[in-house]
Design a protein around this ligand. Structure first.
Ligand SMILES: CC(C)(COP(=O)(O)OP(=O)(O)OC[C@H]1O[C@@H](n2cnc3c(N)ncnc32)[C@H](O)[C@@H]1OP(=O)(O)O)[C@@H](O)C(=O)NCCC(=O)NCCS
Length: 224
């Protein structure tokens, strides 16, 4: 309990603080363990995950999960998609349009890795029928209208997605860093989601601006 992420998490749990921002000196794993073990998840949420808001000059995207869950099950992937969609709306004010990403679009490839994304899409539809969500989609089909129309005709999401759900942490972590380092996007996050109270993580070596931005998001998002 003397380690600061755990001490902070218990302050949040006990109502002595409204939220916590940790991680300038601790690894993501240690910060997440403090949140999962001390604060826990609300009813109906099966997994703690995270998202990044990726800021491009012409458009904002939410990417998930890029920092927490190494190999989500189909059920967890569905929950990650639903939670990220809700937070995208809270944070940006935009209606979420969610793409469940894969290396296949609508059956173009057959593989257990693709089946997981198809199953997650079905589960997310069942849990939240009103959410604009589709899969499985390749990245180009998800965000480029012309390719979306040719690879996934009739999809309400293809070509228009603003919430991108990656199938595992390899894809998500590499994907957000590609967009940041080669694509020139500003990456805001990771924003932790799925805990009962606001409890956020920073990258070690973060700047003062990162701490200020993360604290502001903490206040805006509140408990998920
Ligand atoms: C999040 C993380 C720390 C959890 O690791 P862990 O504590 O070793 O987790 P374990 O698999 O041993 O599980 C311990 C318990 O926590 C639960 N748990 C683990 N991850 C969870 C999650 N994301 N959400 C909810 N519960 C979780 C497990 O279900 C288990 O519960 P139980 O004791 O009731 O069975 C780990 O997945 C991790 O390090 N993720 C990657 C972080 C990272 O390095 N990111 C780098 C990019 S920034």
């Amino acid at each position: 309990m003397r380690r600061s992420p755990f001490f902070g998490a218990m302050m949040v749990r006990e109502g002595l603080a409204d939220g916590s921002v940790a991680g300038s000196l601790s690894t993501t794993g240690d910060v997440m363990r403090a949140g999962i073990q001390c604060i826990g998840m609300p009813e109906g949420i099966s997994v703690v995950s995270s998202f990044f808001v990726m800021v491009f000059p012409e458009k904002l995207y939410s990417f998930s999960d890029c920092a927490v869950v190494p190999d989500p099950t189909a059920e967890q992937l569905a929950d990650i998609a639903i939670t990220t969609a809700q937070n995208h709306k809270k944070l940006t004010g935009e209606e979420p349009c969610v793409a469940m990403l894969s290396f296949s679009t609508k059956g173009s490839a057959a593989h257990p890795l693709v089946e997981k994304v198809v199953k997650a899409t079905e589960i997310a539809h069942k849990k939240n029928p009103l959410l604009l969500l589709d899969g499985e989609l390749q990245l180009d089909a998800a965000i480029i209208p012309k390719i979306g129309a040719s690879k996934a005709p009739g999809s309400a999401v293809a070509g228009k997605a603003n919430v991108l759900i990656f199938p595992d942490l390899n894809a998500g972590n590499i994907g957000y860093k590609l967009a940041q380092r080669l694509g020139g996007a500003e990456a805001v996050g990771p924003v932790v989601q799925g805990l009962r109270r606001p409890f956020f993580d920073l990258s070690r070596g973060c700047s003062v601006d990162d701490i200020v931005n993360t604290t502001a998001i903490n206040v805006m998002i509140g408990a998920v």
